[in-house]
Design a protein around this ligand. Structure first.
Ligand code: IVH
Length: 665
């Protein structure tokens, strides 16, 4: 039996690794997502059955799920140098002259690469297994971010055969443009500070203490050089990249060889124009002498190697005119000024509008309707006004003043405590309700399919829906009577609403739109409280005691549940049958008198959580295995404690068996 499992696990791991490579590295998947998920869950099931067969390089072990307190420091075996910059063809030619002089020859080649806008990391593989991922830090010392690195799907946990005994790969972790745009959109909705560009977003994501969150950030990686390595690997840089590719590492496909500096300049010029078509951001090109021997001859200054230079692009900008400034009302009433432009081409797309973020920003820029402005794209994605050309301002242009009334409902507005945001404080503002409904029905919340913007607008305008809970009172006739609506689509919406009734507690918490509570905080609250009712009854002291919930958040949650309109909506939702529960570790006596030793990495529990669960159910926890130990609970990567248990004949259980013991599935 077990022999079969060993073989099956090996084969599944190999298949999954291959499909990861095809999907994440080559961008050429061979099977459907569904088929992939099947393989994955088959492996997971087997590993649950035989926890001692879980190895750290298994594809199921990318997210460890254990938040950590801080990062250890890592001293780089070979320093991670930086690169000198150039900004013009003339500077590139001067670099080439230095190379020719340094090598006393004209016989050399360059590699010309995209300069990926992310952050440099070093990955250490021993016998082909990923053992360490570190940030560059100051070049000499970086942070050990292995847990987070492991969540990046394009980074293999396990290299192909022929991997050198020791191999340090260096490269760039980056956030693709799409993932960046999505992350910022989410953050804007939750009134969190936006990331200025994909590089900051990637760096921020790699330095999170909870790897689960990093895994959600969809980071990616390109290898572009090497650190320490055992044995002779290659003679040239391009040859070494070929080898890395063969070992399963992602190497950027646009790397070119150039025979002289004129070719280099031509390639740089091409990419300066073409860069917007890529699905990740580049901020320039990197030019490197290809021969590794010649690199040795050229050497380095303290800061940067002499054989390498970057060519930095100028930020893409455009000039346009502001035709008008609108004020939009968000789901919690925040008023956001938005500038409308005369359409202009910028970094690959036609730009017509840009958020001005808040009224302080309008003041700072002194931007007015009719102004000619310079716009730039933050991370090539989100357009921003960066400068007003005051000399071109029309004579009659009036200062844009913050509204004193809500532009949608005419109610009073109020400035936030920190004075940055202005919000409409009416609880009957239809614009707010529309935004709340859109958010509630959104994909990451209740996920109500087909309930689109146009329908929500009509439902609110016709006063059919007056709060979130009214959605659950809708009938087909009411929907079918809306403009451009047929019976079939009305039924689809009803179906979607019905399905949403069984969404999980964390989704519901996120959906009701408590300020500052996004998906992540909703998960924490669901886990801690287990039901909407329990959160509603919680005092601010209990909230602030929860790790990860700060005072601002706690206050906002309390305020939400103190508002009588909100409480009415919650009551109506519960009455409509939307009252999901999340199981909490129940107190029981099922483990009374039993001593447990925990070893290895568990899938569902951090070390602190498992100890809590054992104690909450009456059991005791010990750190060493003896004859008095009743059970050794073994997770992935269990070591000497597992061996000892086997020697002493102590019963070894896996996580699933433990869950059964405490009465959980
Ligand atoms: S080579 C000693 N190649 O740019 C040379 N760096 O501004 C080591 N970068 O710290 C780096 N794309 O984070 C190299 N194709 C590429 C690159 C690249 C992006 C980053 C890297 C480096 C920074 C220097």
């Amino acid at each position: 039996m077990k022999q079969d499992a060993i073989e099956k696990i090996r084969s599944l791991k190999e298949q999954i690794r291959r499909h990861d490579y095809l999907y994440y590295v080559l961008n050429k998947p061979e099977i459907s997502d569904q088929k992939y998920d099947q393989l994955f869950s088959e492996l997971k099931k087997l590993e649950q059955q035989y926890p001692d067969l879980i190895t750290p390089d298994s594809p199921t072990q990318r997210v460890s799920g254990k938040p950590i307190e801080g990062f250890e420091q890592v001293i780089h075996s070979i320093p991670m140098l930086s690169i000198d910059n150039t900004y013009s063809a003339d500077e590139l030619k001067a670099f080439d002259q230095r190379i020719a002089k340094g090598l006393s020859s004209k016989n050399y080649q360059y590699s010309v690469e995209l300069k990926i806008d992310g952050l440099a990391v070093s990955l250490r593989y021993e016998k082909g297994i990923l053992v360490l991922g570190a940030t560059r830090g100051d070049g000499a010392v970086g942070d050990n971010v292995t847990n987070n690195i492991r969540t990046i799907k394009s980074i293999p946990l396990h290299l192909g055969k022929d991997a050198p005994a020791e191999l340090e790969v260096r490269g760039e972790v980056y956030m693709p443009k799409k993932a960046f745009a999505k992350l910022n959109k989410q953050r804007e909705k939750q009134e969190q500070a936006l990331f200025a560009n994909p590089r900051n977003a990637a760096a921020g994501s790699l330095k999170l203490l909870n790897a689960k969150t990093t895994a959600e950030r969809k980071l990616a990686f390109f290898a572009y050089s090497m650190g320490q390595i055992s044995g002779r690997f290659a003679k040239t840089h391009l040859e070494s990249l070929e080898k890395l590719k063969k070992l399963g590492l992602p190497v950027n496909p646009h790397i070119k060889k150039a025979a002289n500096i004129d070719e280099v300049i031509k390639i740089c010029d091409q990419w300066e124009k073409q860069r917007f078509g890529l699905d990740y951001q580049i901020d320039g090109m990197v030019i490197k002498v290809d021969s590794l021997d010649q690199r040795g001859t050229l050497g380095a200054t303290g800061r940067a190697p002499r054989w390498c230079i970057s060519y930095k692009f100028a930020a893409a900008q455009a000039e346009t005119k502001i035709t008008s400034i609108d004020v939009q009302v968000g789901k919690t009433g925040t008023l956001t000024p938005v500038a409308n432009f005369e359409p202009v081409q910028l970094a690959g797309t036609m730009v017509k509008r840009a958020s001005l973020h808040n009224f302080d920003e309008i003041d700072r820029l002194d931007v007015r309707e009719g102004d000619t402005v310079i716009i730039e794209k933050a991370g090539e994605i989100i357009p921003q006004v960066i400068e007003v050309k005051k000399e071109l301002r029309p004579k009659n242009a009036k200062q844009f003043l913050p509204p004193v009334k809500c532009p949608e409902c005419g109610s009073k507005v109020q400035k936030d405590e920190n004075g940055v945001y202005i919000r409409c404080i009416s609880s009957n503002c239809p614009a707010q309700l529309k935004e709340r409904l859109r958010y509630f029905a959104g994909r990451d919340q209740m996920d109500i399919e087909n309930l689109g913007t146009a329908i929500i607008d009509q439902l609110v305008d016709k006063k059919i829906v007056r709060d979130l809970a009214d959605l659950y009172k809708l009938d087909v006739n009411a929907l079918a009577n809306l403009d451009r609506m047929a019976d079939k689509s009305a039924w689809d919406i009803i179906d979607g609403i019905e399905k949403s009734k069984s969404q999980s507690l964390d989704r519901l918490i996120s959906a009701i739109g408590i300020r500052h509570v996004g998906t992540q905080n909703a998960e924490i609250l669901a886990e801690h409280f287990g039901s909407i009712d329990a959160i509603r009854k919680s005092a601010i002291e209990e909230l602030t005691e929860i790790n990860q919930i700060g005072p601002v958040l706690a206050k906002s949650i309390c305020e939400y549940f103190r508002d009588s309109d909100n409480l009415e909506v919650i009551d109506k939702l519960i009455a409509a049958g939307i009252n999901p529960k999340q199981q909490k570790t129940k107190q029981s006596d099922s483990l009374i008198g039993k001593t447990f030793v925990v070893t290895g990495t568990l899938e569902n529990f951090s070390r602190a959580d498992i100890e809590k669960a054992i104690k909450q159910n009456g059991g005791k926890v010990s750190s060493s295995v003896s004859k008095k130990t009743d059970f050794v609970l073994a997770g992935a990567d269990a070591g000497s404690k597992l061996d000892k248990a086997q020697q002493l004949g102590v019963k070894v259980i896996n996580e699933k068996q433990f869950l059964e013991m405490i009465g959980k599935k």
